[in-house]
Design a protein around this ligand. Structure first.
Ligand code: ATP
Length: 283
């Protein structure tokens, strides 16, 4: 069966700057796939290309086996986009924002009413449907953006840093909503620079660094590549970390280091360690 999304050697140049250097990946149907990388890594550019907002300089991409650059209307129908910027009309109500979006996608008024009600109830925004968007909190606006992106029943949802700038409590609530959307059968590509977001949500993660994918696997496998247990050692030069397959090995090393007067801590290896290992940089 064809992958929900297949990207092959995608390149994007902005003048002399190569923002994407030929990235390739596949997303299976129903999968939640995360592109994790620091500012400027090329995450938004990837999403903009796959949602038809910008043309690639090279490479190809397919949704369910169909070439999306050859058939942009098909791509538009299949994809829902939650952009990084909250581009809602603040003076219109929640309901009006959805209605206009539905009309732009060619949905009938009946379809819009049915879908909008279902999604607003699902996302906990039904009671606010008559309120102006200006009166909604940041978290609610983000939920409304997700509802709007799902209105035309896309098969693939693109979420560009969906929780950036939100407090931890609201972020977790959004994570729950995103998981539920996946459970209902939607394939999701999410970009983030929050390690814990990728670790919590993603079935597979691609580490994107300066326009290149430097590693791609499940969070568990990316972590296991380094080991199970980490020993952090604080010295005058800063923090260095060593990785071990077992807790016993790590403890032996920690004891040896503390006898030598070093300050050490033992902890589990996490996705941030893996990111640092593959890129040599922090997210
Ligand atoms: N329209 C544009 N014109 C010129 N350069 C651009 C344009 N859009 C992006 N870039 C550059 O391309 C590179 C990748 O940018 P992109 O926005 O895709 O990164 P990102 O990983 O999404 O970062 P962020 O987390 O800040 O959104 C950056 O160096 C950026 O400055």
């Amino acid at each position: 069966m064809s992958a929900a999304v297949r990207v092959e050697r995608l390149i994007k140049d902005y003048g002399k700057l190569r923002a994407l250097s030929g990235i390739s990946f596949e997303i299976r149907e129903g999968e939640l796939f995360a592109l994790l990388g620091p500012n400027g890594a090329g995450k938004t550019t990837t999403i903009r290309i796959l949602t038809g907002l910008t043309r690639p300089s090279g490479g190809r991409a397919w949704f369910f086996g169909r070439d999306i650059f050859a058939d942009p209307l098909y791509a538009k129908r299949m994809a829902g986009l939650v952009p990084q910027a909250t581009n809602l009309d603040l003076e219109l109500t929640v309901w009006e924002n959805l209605f206009i979006h539905g009309l732009l996608f060619g949905l009938s008024c009946r379809e819009i009413r049915r879908r909008a009600e279902e999604l607003l109830r699902f996302s906990g925004l039904w009671e606010r449907r008559g309120d102006r968007v200006r009166t909604l909190s940041g978290g609610m606006r983000r939920r409304l953006l997700i509802v709007r992106a799902l209105l035309h029943e896309p098969h693939i949802l693109f979420l560009d840093e969906p929780t950036v700038g939100l407090d931890p409590h609201i972020r977790r609530r959004l994570w729950g909503l995103i998981k539920q959307i996946q459970t209902r059968g939607t394939t999701i590509l999410l970009t983030t620079h929050y390690i814990e977001e990728a670790e919590f949500l993603a079935d597979r993660v691609a580490f994107l660094d300066r326009g290149r994918i430097v590693a791609l696997d499940t969070p568990g496998n990316l972590i296991a590549h380094l080991g199970e247990v980490a020993v952090d050692l604080v010295t005058e030069e800063g923090l260095t970390t060593r990785f071990f397959r077992t807790r016993e090995e790590a403890e032996r090393e920690a004891v040896r280091l503390s006898r030598a007067g070093e300050s050490v801590t033992i902890r589990r290896v996490n996705l941030e360690d893996a990111f640092l290992h593959f890129t040599g940089r922090k997210v």
